[in-house]
Design a protein around this ligand. Sequence first.
Ligand code: BES
Ligand code: ZN
Length: 500
Amino acid sequence: MSRRHLIIAASTWLALGFAGLAHGQRLPRDATGARPEAVPATHDALHHLSSARQEDPFAKVFLVTSRRLYEGGVKTHARPLAQRRDSLGNDLVIAEARAWQLPEISHGIHERERRCGGFFAFASRAEAEAFLSNEQSAKAMRTKAAADYGIDNAATVAPWLPLVQEANIRGTIQHLSTAWPNRYYASTHGNSAALWIRDTWLALGNGRPDVSAELFTACGNCGGQPSVILTVRGNELPNEIVVVGGHLDSISNSGNGNAMNAPGADDDASGIATITEIVRIALASGWKPRRTVKFMGYAAEEVGLRGSNAIAQSFRSQGLQVVGVLQLDMTNNGAGGQYAMRLMTDNSSPVLQNFVTRLFDTYLAPLGLTRGTDTCGYACSDHASWTAAGFPAAMMAEPTFFNRLHTTTDTLAYMGNSAVVSTNFAKLGLAFVGELGKTHTLLRRNGSQPLPTPLAATPSASPAAAPSTRTTVRPAVNSTPARSGARTRAQDPTRARHVP
Ligand code: BES
Ligand code: ZN
């Protein structure tokens, strides 16, 4: 589109207050089917949208999606630029849209197909092309032994499982979905919510020197929203990294920018709340992993997996060794259903799918729980970023598709005001970190002297060391690190955590 056309389109957009747009765009509906009121077509409205951390609604966005999803609906909103294939031979399309169209693109697929449909988003075509030329899904699929994936750490995992508290997860979902009108990536709320998650996770470290939190800000198209990374430094194999993540942003079809009404209780406050409970239990027990374990809240997932893609590409270019990634996105819908959860079988590593399945069968099946499978679609959630960067990733999701996602009614009330479904995911996540992170045991040489903990003498060798693009927050080292067998009141995993 020429500059002149852009100006005409912009004034049309203003004059109609978002309605009657190019490509036959309509205002998105809310969950009741009613069209929300148009944003007032005033200069103030535009100024509001473009100020602070708001996005430019007319900014070009370059999408990488599958040919199937493109034909299935993306093409209504975006114009094709090129056909490509990924390293697995899948047919892909690079297409161009405008920022304001993104919520409608994914929402349309949800409404039509009752399933997700995704894309990677970039600020320029060159970045989209570069992403595809470095695409490493085939490597992620082939990887046989980034680790041994053995299940032999029940001594750590089994005592954790009964400690999962539904009320804690419910409290965190409730807080995340009500304390701010949204967690939209291009909003001030999306920023404050990220800081709250960082502070909450770090507090669970209770001052341990091997636990640190950082804001990952090296994402050029995350609108200023940081991803959050909590790192528990490995005591024996610190360079081998285990990741459990979910996305911290939300989106909806109602309202724009800071005024968007996007509670995102299931999508994905549930995943963040589940991770919060995993962190609480694992750290309160005094657990010290052999490998480095990183808990991640990704920025800007809802607009094209931007935060996770920036992190995964950064890890790849630094040559970091990620041995497994578990994605928790939408963990709270479907109580009373046939299954406790569904393994997503596409865009993820067969070896890791197998590992997660064995974890379920070892730790959750004995509780009377059953599992199913499904497919998520191309680029439907952050595990796809790790797969594209060549790392083994898998995703477990709730048993039933929640068709209120990306609406004003993605609230706890529509999930029975309960987090019971998520409790199973917390157990699976605990099994994942306990069995892939393992548990540090002081090895003894000749049965006498304990070997030194490798990182104790060389903290700068930690993969958690902060490059200049990240902000790392360490707790003041005035509290005693957790030691097993010596629990303080704050470390008592049986004590319910207060959630605001
Ligand atoms: N949480 C969804 C993905 C999802 C949907 C997982 C249903 C499990 C069940 C995610 O936040 C999402 O909305 N993804 C978009 C694509 C994204 C790149 C904009 C989607 O699937 O449409
Ligand atoms: Zn979503």
